[in-house]
Design a protein around this ligand. Structure first.
Ligand code: KG4
Ligand code: ZN
Length: 341
């Protein structure tokens, strides 16, 4: 089955054609430059940019995969959660195409898309050995979730952030350090030559038996540190040390809680996905500490938002006979509990 996936929930306009896990094309048009000056995504600017980019992106995805709309078996689109303006652009295009081409329309939960990203592969590549059931750490700009995925479509939330998402903590920390949006890659790059022990930032473990996260205290600690130990603009090593120490505090909690969750549910499989999953230090520490737990991460291009992961989730839903009807609407808020069968 050949599925077109459309993703417009935040600041990437993306479309992809995927055939049973094999990515035939994946076109991503980012908007980071547009939002950089504001230190975060400006929703109105994002939706206008999606309108400008969506047709070229979809056309290019079809062209690169050498297929026409008529040869598709279904059209999957992110229906939520996310920014309402962007979601509406993607849904309107997906609905229009599905109606005109008489193809099934499949509304997808953005985080279920992320969950599918480690299963994606390029043509000719051997399939990843990842398989259900597993514990999943989903870490993006808007969510930090630990869940137990028993099978496709059946998820149990083990923990989530009580305040900022992990990606948000990277983005806000970066802003305080004078780095551009998105902050995750900027902090990661600066941290490479930094001393991870230079500043002892707090780790919010909270209840060790539970798997919720909290990153707002860490953010405040960074602000306080920068006020009490101001960095000279030209003190590159000072900036590197603070970035490395801040990143380490985030990574340590993410890794510690994920592995504790694996132990608690008796799982030896951990899947990590979402934009923060691209973080090299997170990947390294996970590998070092995983022990008997097998860790799966997506190929780097599929960590951040992309249409391919939406197409693959769409394929699974279609296979289960679960397509949407024309009343499908966007859901800017969409609790995972309502997704699980
Ligand atoms: O999944 P994603 O592309 O969009 C959302 O669904 O939110 O995640 C974006 C988030 C941003 O907060 C960005 O700073 C973070 O992922 N991110 C990273 C890295 N690359 C992207 N955080 C840490 N290290 C990275 N290398
Ligand atoms: Zn995302």
């Amino acid at each position: 089955m050949r599925i077109l996936g459309i993703e417009t929930s935040c600041d990437e306009t993306s479309a992809a054609v995927v055939e049973e896990g094999v990515v035939c094309s994946n076109v991503v048009q980012g908007q980071a430059d547009l939002h950089a000056a504001y230190g975060g995504v400006v929703p109105e600017l994002a939706s206008r940019a999606h309108i400008r980019h969506i047709f070229p992106v979809v056309t290019e995805a079809l062209r690169q995969s050498n297929c026409t709309g008529h040869s598709l078996d279904g059209i999957a689109v992110t229906a939520g959660p996310g920014l309402i303006g962007g979601l509406l652009v993607g849904l309107a295009v997906a609905k229009g195409m599905a109606m005109a081409l008489e193809k099934p329309l499949i509304g997808i939960h953005h985080m279920e898309g992320h969950l599918m990203s480690p299963f994606l592969r390029a043509e000719g590549e051997t399939p990843s050995d990842c398989d259900f059931p597993f514990v999943a750490l989903l870490v993006s700009g808007g969510h930090t979730w630990l869940l137990y995925a028993e099978r496709f479509g059946r998820y149990r939330l083990l923990g989530q952030t009580r305040d900022d998402a992990a990606g948000e903590a990277f983005d806000k920390g970066a802003r305080m350090l004078g780095l551009p949006y998105p902050g995750g890659p900027a902090i990661a790059a600066l941290a490479q030559e930094g001393d991870r022990q230079a500043v002892r930032f707090p780790r919010a473990w909270m209840d060790r038996e539970r798997f919720d996260f909290s990153f707002s205290g860490l953010k405040t600690a960074l602000r306080t540190h920068l006020l009490t130990h101001p960095l000279e603009a030209d003190d590159l090593q000072g900036h590197r040390d603070v970035a490395a120490s801040y990143q380490e505090a985030l990574v340590e909690v993410l890794v510690g809680k994920s592995l504790a969750a694996c132990r608690a549910v008796g799982s030896r499989r951990l899947l990590v996905a979402g934009g923060v999953g691209a973080n090299q230090r997170l990947r390294t520490v996970l590998t070092q500490q995983a022990g008997a737990v097998q860790v799966w991460v997506p190929p780097l291009p599929f960590c951040t938002d992309n249409g391919a992961m939406i197409a693959l989730a769409g394929w699974h839903r279609l296979r289960l006979g679960q397509c949407s009807d024309w009343s499908l609407n966007v859901r800017p808020r969409w609790p995972i509990a309502e997704l699980s069968a």
